[in-house]
Design a protein around this ligand. Structure first.
Ligand code: AMP
Length: 112
């Protein structure tokens, strides 16, 4: 998708601190971390937000979530949170579906 920040990051057109990459999934460190570990895991396919996902996206999104769990394991995280903000009112600021992997500190519930 032209002019999508995360499409450009996944394509290597904008630099990022890569954590994982394959043909369908890309993961990188958040530029403004909200926890000692803050990784963003995205599908390479442009999906604007979770609400835009359709049945055909199920396998791809499943791979993203499964990869997030693998990354958490590799980073030694036992307790962590995986979050997708959906829509501006929920805090979404980049409109390419992404999951935040947050860990390394106590995480309060419910979130604000
Ligand atoms: P959200 O607010 O849920 O849409 O999350 C977007 C996240 O992207 C925020 O946590 C930002 O700090 C992060 N972010 C924005 N630009 C970049 C960038 N160039 N590299 C890495 N993370 C970024």
């Amino acid at each position: 998708m032209p002019d999508c920040l995360f499409c450009k990051i996944a394509a290597g057109e904008i630099p990022s601190k890569k954590v994982y990459s394959d043909e369908k999934v890309y993961a990188f460190h958040d530029i403004a971390p909200k926890a000692p570990t803050h990784v963003l895991i995205i599908p390479r396919k442009h999906i604007g937000k979770l609400a835009d996902a359709r049945e055909g996206d199920a396998a791809g999104i499943g791979e993203v979530v499964t990869r997030a769990a693998a990354i958490a394991r590799e980073l030694g995280l036992e307790h962590y949170r995986l979050v997708a903000n959906n829509g501006e009112g929920a805090g979404q600021s980049v409109f390419h579906l992404h999951f935040h992997l947050l860990g390394g500190r106590p995480l309060a519930w419910p979130p604000g």
